[in-house]
Ligand binder design. Structure first.
Ligand SMILES: *Cc1c(COP(=O)(O)O)cnc(C)c1O
Length: 396
């Protein structure tokens, strides 16, 4: 074990099961460790570095803004924050934005807004939010309570009150969970941490319809699937069904910490001065970078490229599935791809890593591939070849 790894276990809380690599440098889809070994990165910091590592234009924007203005607090106005909000609303269903520093905080803002909106209109007591089993919404107390996974709750009880779970991709399950205390339904348009699950066509339309009929807010958690990951700027655009609230984070800053909660005016008006706040949310530094990220990713030619790459990668994986029976399912949209094995995926992640290929495993058996959206066909071919070698070593 190297010095860094020893010091890490001495000085840093043991909340992560880290793999034994220390990275020192990145460029595009490639990373280098401390020994100079090169890796092909198909994880992108967990769907964060959608434009790859140290993207030239992003780095330039970051350095220029760092040289101009970094932080002044939300007691004042700054140009980059307003410009980013204008662009996010222009490109989405939303009219208003609240900036946070992470996905969990964006979801906290969404949960608070849904409760406040309901409280303003219906009085207290109508604060329950329906979320899905196997969902993931974050690790703060409210968002872990919203997360439909027992392993995330365990040891942190009592949980925040007011979350009810329904089965993902089942409208009848959501309908059965609605009571006169329900104020919202929160869902990932594609479940990420839950194992890359894409719901049936018309699922979002069905949820929208249920919400409209019962006067509930529909909240999309696009923290992982938004920002071009699926080949459209936002994943719900595939279904053309808009929510009342949407959250973003991971790829919004290409590695800088920024989250955002977007809402329609009708809903956002429940937030008034004093309702919600965060010291760091929407600093000129992170919003200048996010604005640049958004301009690059929202370009239609760029997004078409992501869709084409996604189709290519998925087809290659489906071919591999024919030859390697350890692969149970291959599913994906754009460059959000899950390969479900018939066995635990972590050993495969470690084998890939030792060969210089980075992926991760979610939900025990699902290998998750979320490369930078700038990945090339040649890089995908190399990755498939490495995966094939690793799978070939598995017993059938
Ligand atoms: C990662 C993630 C979160 C939490 O984001 P953090 O920035 O880690 O707080 C919330 N929802 C989804 C869908 C995520 O993938």
């Amino acid at each position: 074990m190297g010095d860094v790894q020893r010091a890490c276990s001495q000085y840093i809380c043991k909340t992560y099961a880290r793999l034994p690599v220390t990275f020192v440098k990145g460029k595009g889809c490639r990373l280098w460790d401390a020994s100079g070994k090169e890796y092909l990165d198909f994880l992108a910091g967990i769907a964060v570095c959608n434009l790859g590592h140290c993207h030239e234009e992003i780095t330039r924007t970051l350095c220029d803004q760092a040289d101009t203005l970094i932080h002044v607090s939300n007691l004042f106005y700054t140009h980059p924050q307003v410009e980013l909000a204008r662009e996010l609303t222009r490109l989405s269903f939303a009219d208003k934005v609240f900036f946070s520093n992470s996905g969990a905080e964006a979801n906290e803002a969404a949960i608070k807004l849904a409760r406040k909106h309901s409280n303003d209109r219906h009085g207290p007591g109508r604060f329950h939010i329906i979320t899905m089993r196997n969902s993931f919404h974050g690790r703060t107390l409210a968002t872990l309570s919203a997360t439909g996974q027992e392993k995330v709750h365990k040891g942190f009880e009592p949980l925040v009150e007011g979350f009810t779970f329904a089965d993902f991709d089942s409208l009848s399950s959501v309908e059965a969970a609605i009571t006169d205390r329900t104020c919202a339904v929160m869902v990932e348009p594609i479940q990420g941490e839950g194992g890359v699950h894409i719901p049936s066509p018309k699922y979002l339309a069905g949820l929208r319809d249920l919400c409209t009929r019962h006067d509930l807010l529909l909240i999309y958690d696009e923290v992982q699937v938004g920002m071009g990951r699926t080949g459209l700027l936002f994943a719900h655009e595939h279904e053309k069904v808009t929510p009342d609230i949407m959250t973003l984070a991971k790829a919004l800053g290409n590695g800088l910490p920024i989250g955002a909660m977007l809402a329609t005016d009708r809903v956002a008006e429940a937030f008034v001065p004093g309702s919600h706040a965060t010291t760091f949310g929407g600093t000129p530094l992170v919003t200048a970078v996010a604005l640049r990220v958004l301009r690059i990713i929202s370009d239609e030619t760029f997004l078409r490229g992501v869709r084409e790459k996604g189709i290519y990668f998925l087809e290659r994986l489906l071919q591999l599935k024919e030859q390697r029976p350890v692969i149970r399912h291959v599913r994906g949209r754009g460059l959000m791809i899950g390969v479900e094995l018939d066995r635990p995926g972590q050993p495969m992640v470690e084998k890939l890593l030792s060969r210089g290929y980075i992926a991760n495993c979610t939900h025990e058996r699902v290998l998750r591939f979320v490369p930078p959206l700038t990945v090339t066909e040649e890089e995908m071919d190399r990755f498939i070849a490495a995966l094939d070698i690793c799978l070939r070593e598995e017993t059938p």
